[in-house]
Unconditional design. Structure first.
Length: 135
Protein backbone atom coordinates (compact mmCIF):
# COMPACT_ATOMS: atom_id res chain seq x y z
CA UNK A 1 0.00 0.00 0.00
CA UNK A 2 1.19 3.47 -0.79
CA UNK A 3 1.51 6.08 1.92
CA UNK A 4 -1.16 8.24 0.27
CA UNK A 5 -3.67 5.39 0.66
CA UNK A 6 -2.80 5.05 4.35
CA UNK A 7 -3.25 8.80 4.87
CA UNK A 8 -6.63 8.76 3.11
CA UNK A 9 -7.79 5.84 5.27
CA UNK A 10 -6.66 7.62 8.46
CA UNK A 11 -8.48 10.82 7.44
CA UNK A 12 -11.67 8.84 6.76
CA UNK A 13 -11.45 7.04 10.12
CA UNK A 14 -10.97 10.35 11.96
CA UNK A 15 -13.89 11.94 10.08
CA UNK A 16 -16.18 9.01 10.94
CA UNK A 17 -15.13 9.19 14.61
CA UNK A 18 -15.92 12.92 14.73
CA UNK A 19 -19.37 12.38 13.18
CA UNK A 20 -20.22 9.55 15.60
CA UNK A 21 -19.06 11.60 18.60
CA UNK A 22 -21.08 14.62 17.49
CA UNK A 23 -24.24 12.55 17.01
CA UNK A 24 -23.93 10.77 20.36
CA UNK A 25 -23.30 14.01 22.29
CA UNK A 26 -26.09 16.05 20.70
CA UNK A 27 -29.10 16.84 22.84
CA UNK A 28 -32.66 16.54 21.63
CA UNK A 29 -35.98 18.15 22.53
CA UNK A 30 -37.99 15.79 24.65
CA UNK A 31 -40.41 15.55 27.56
CA UNK A 32 -40.25 14.47 31.19
CA UNK A 33 -41.35 10.89 30.52
CA UNK A 34 -38.43 10.40 28.11
CA UNK A 35 -36.07 12.05 30.59
CA UNK A 36 -37.26 9.69 33.34
CA UNK A 37 -36.51 6.68 31.13
CA UNK A 38 -32.92 7.78 30.61
CA UNK A 39 -31.62 9.51 33.75
CA UNK A 40 -28.30 11.27 33.31
CA UNK A 41 -28.86 11.88 29.60
CA UNK A 42 -28.87 15.58 28.71
CA UNK A 43 -32.12 16.70 27.11
CA UNK A 44 -33.91 19.92 26.18
CA UNK A 45 -37.43 20.08 27.60
CA UNK A 46 -39.90 22.76 26.57
CA UNK A 47 -42.52 23.62 29.13
CA UNK A 48 -44.88 26.19 30.52
CA UNK A 49 -44.14 27.70 33.91
CA UNK A 50 -46.62 26.53 36.56
CA UNK A 51 -47.51 29.70 38.42
CA UNK A 52 -49.71 27.82 40.92
CA UNK A 53 -46.55 26.38 42.51
CA UNK A 54 -43.98 28.52 44.31
CA UNK A 55 -40.78 29.82 42.75
CA UNK A 56 -38.10 29.30 45.36
CA UNK A 57 -35.12 31.63 45.29
CA UNK A 58 -33.47 33.28 48.27
CA UNK A 59 -30.22 35.06 47.41
CA UNK A 60 -29.35 35.39 51.11
CA UNK A 61 -29.50 31.64 51.78
CA UNK A 62 -28.10 30.38 48.48
CA UNK A 63 -27.72 32.66 45.47
CA UNK A 64 -27.04 29.66 43.23
CA UNK A 65 -30.23 27.68 43.79
CA UNK A 66 -33.50 28.39 42.03
CA UNK A 67 -36.38 25.90 41.97
CA UNK A 68 -39.63 26.03 40.04
CA UNK A 69 -42.17 23.77 38.34
CA UNK A 70 -42.90 23.43 34.63
CA UNK A 71 -45.46 21.46 32.67
CA UNK A 72 -44.18 19.79 29.49
CA UNK A 73 -46.05 19.33 26.20
CA UNK A 74 -47.66 16.09 27.43
CA UNK A 75 -48.99 17.73 30.60
CA UNK A 76 -46.45 16.18 32.99
CA UNK A 77 -45.32 18.51 35.76
CA UNK A 78 -41.88 18.27 37.38
CA UNK A 79 -39.81 20.30 39.76
CA UNK A 80 -36.75 21.87 38.17
CA UNK A 81 -33.64 22.79 40.14
CA UNK A 82 -31.36 25.32 38.50
CA UNK A 83 -28.05 25.82 40.31
CA UNK A 84 -27.62 29.41 39.31
CA UNK A 85 -29.26 32.77 39.95
CA UNK A 86 -32.90 33.34 39.02
CA UNK A 87 -33.13 35.04 35.60
CA UNK A 88 -34.59 38.53 35.48
CA UNK A 89 -38.31 38.66 34.53
CA UNK A 90 -38.55 34.87 34.79
CA UNK A 91 -42.23 35.07 35.79
CA UNK A 92 -43.09 36.83 32.51
CA UNK A 93 -41.88 33.92 30.39
CA UNK A 94 -44.39 32.27 28.09
CA UNK A 95 -42.31 29.14 27.73
CA UNK A 96 -39.17 27.81 29.34
CA UNK A 97 -36.61 25.47 27.79
CA UNK A 98 -34.61 23.62 30.42
CA UNK A 99 -31.41 21.84 29.45
CA UNK A 100 -30.25 19.12 31.79
CA UNK A 101 -31.12 15.66 33.04
CA UNK A 102 -33.39 13.83 35.47
CA UNK A 103 -32.07 12.85 38.86
CA UNK A 104 -34.73 10.86 40.65
CA UNK A 105 -38.01 12.75 40.40
CA UNK A 106 -36.35 16.15 39.90
CA UNK A 107 -34.99 17.69 36.70
CA UNK A 108 -31.54 19.22 37.24
CA UNK A 109 -31.15 22.09 34.76
CA UNK A 110 -27.71 23.15 33.57
CA UNK A 111 -29.12 26.07 31.59
CA UNK A 112 -32.39 27.87 30.88
CA UNK A 113 -33.77 29.49 27.75
CA UNK A 114 -36.72 31.83 28.20
CA UNK A 115 -39.39 32.73 25.65
CA UNK A 116 -40.79 36.04 26.74
CA UNK A 117 -43.84 37.78 25.25
CA UNK A 118 -42.84 39.90 22.29
CA UNK A 119 -43.09 43.63 22.71
CA UNK A 120 -43.94 43.83 19.01
CA UNK A 121 -47.19 41.84 19.28
CA UNK A 122 -49.33 44.87 19.95
CA UNK A 123 -53.09 44.69 19.44
CA UNK A 124 -53.18 48.32 18.32
CA UNK A 125 -51.21 48.07 15.11
CA UNK A 126 -51.65 50.81 12.50
CA UNK A 127 -54.08 50.04 9.71
CA UNK A 128 -53.31 52.90 7.34
CA UNK A 129 -50.05 54.23 6.09
CA UNK A 130 -49.04 57.28 8.08
CA UNK A 131 -50.88 56.45 11.32
CA UNK A 132 -48.90 56.85 14.47
CA UNK A 133 -47.17 53.53 15.18
CA UNK A 134 -45.95 54.37 18.68
CA UNK A 135 -48.47 55.04 21.43
Amino acid sequence: MKTIHIIIILVLVIAIAVVITTISDSSTYSDFSEAAKSPGRELHIIGKLDMTKPLEYDARKNANRFTFYIIDAKGVEKQVIYNNAKPQDFEKSEKVVVVGSMQGDVFMAKSLLLKCPSKYNDKKSPTKFGEKAFN
